[in-house]
Write a protein of this length. Structure first.
Length: 271
């Protein structure tokens, strides 16, 4: 079994590099994969029978444990250290999110159960991070508590917005195919053009969990200097960016739905 890093990169990561290199936000995505491949090599070397779903299970468990450390940091004399430990565990879970897929591709064992565990991770861990990190600064205010709940919902919506529109697009394409509907493509709306501006692309930062973790790390470092009010500032910053990201992607995707429908329709007709 060839476990050289170059071979593992080619087998485990090649599929992930298609169409990504030119996108600035995705550069960080590959930075983490430069680290994850060594974890993959370690696991395959010392635990050759390991299953990708086992790694997926531990990535959820370790990430959740990191959130527990966030909870223990409240009113603790060692709050900063506990938060750092929590961040390290959550980041390690983030790396395992890469490792499970790499092992699955190496062993050619991509399963529905593995995809399900991956979706569970992306659904619950970011929400738990926000709840456990910001709980202390929002619980004293009913309004802020409401905003925290909205933030959690936005986190879920932003994760699945693209998937929802893909399902809608395919459904409408199939309906058009069934009824031989030849509608004209609807031109992009004002909102679509407005939110397509590069200015609003900054909201895409919240789509990358590693950047969110880096932002939380920055807040912890600032708090360590005695500036405790910055956590609530960070909370509202993330809240606004999540709203903007949701509105932007909704306007862009739903503005392009007709174009995507006809593209899907042409693909289906070729089958």
């Amino acid at each position: 079994m060839n476990l050289s890093i170059s071979h593992l990169r080619r087998v485990c990561q090649e599929q992930k590099s298609i169409g990504k290199e030119g996108v600035l936000l995705e550069k960080g995505y590959f930075f983490h994969r430069k680290i994850s491949i060594y974890i993959t090599k370690f696991l395959l070397s010392f635990f050759p029978n390991i299953l990708p779903n086992t790694v997926s299970f531990f990535m959820i468990l370790i990430s959740f444990l990191g959130c527990v450390f966030f909870t223990f940091s409240y009113n603790s004399d060692n709050a900063t250290y506990l938060m750092f430990i929590g961040l390290l565990l959550i980041y390690f879970g983030f790396l395992l999110d890469k490792v499970d897929g790499e092992i699955a591709r190496f062993k050619k064992k991509i399963t529905i159960q593995g995809i399900y565990l991956d979706e569970i991770y992306h659904a619950i861990i970011p929400s738990f991070v926000f709840i456990t990190f910001f709980f202390g600064v929002v619980i004293t205010s009913p309004v802020n508590s409401l905003f925290l709940m909205i933030l959690i919902l936005l986190t879920l919506f932003n994760r699945y917005n693209r998937k929802i529109i893909s399902v809608i697009t395919l459904k409408v394409a199939l309906q058009n195919l069934l009824h031989e509907n030849k509608k004209k493509i609807v031109r992009h709306s004002f909102l679509h053009r407005f939110f397509s501006k590069r200015l609003f692309s900054i909201s895409s930062l919240v789509h990358r969990f590693d950047i969110v973790l880096g932002f939380i790390l920055l807040l912890v470092l600032i708090e360590n200097l005695g500036m405790n009010e910055f956590r609530i500032f960070g909370f509202y910053t993330l809240f606004v960016l999540h709203i903007l990201f949701f509105v932007r992607w909704t306007c862009i995707y739903y503005g392009e739905v007709e174009d995507q429908v006809f593209l899907k329709l042409s693909e289906i007709k070729k089958l």
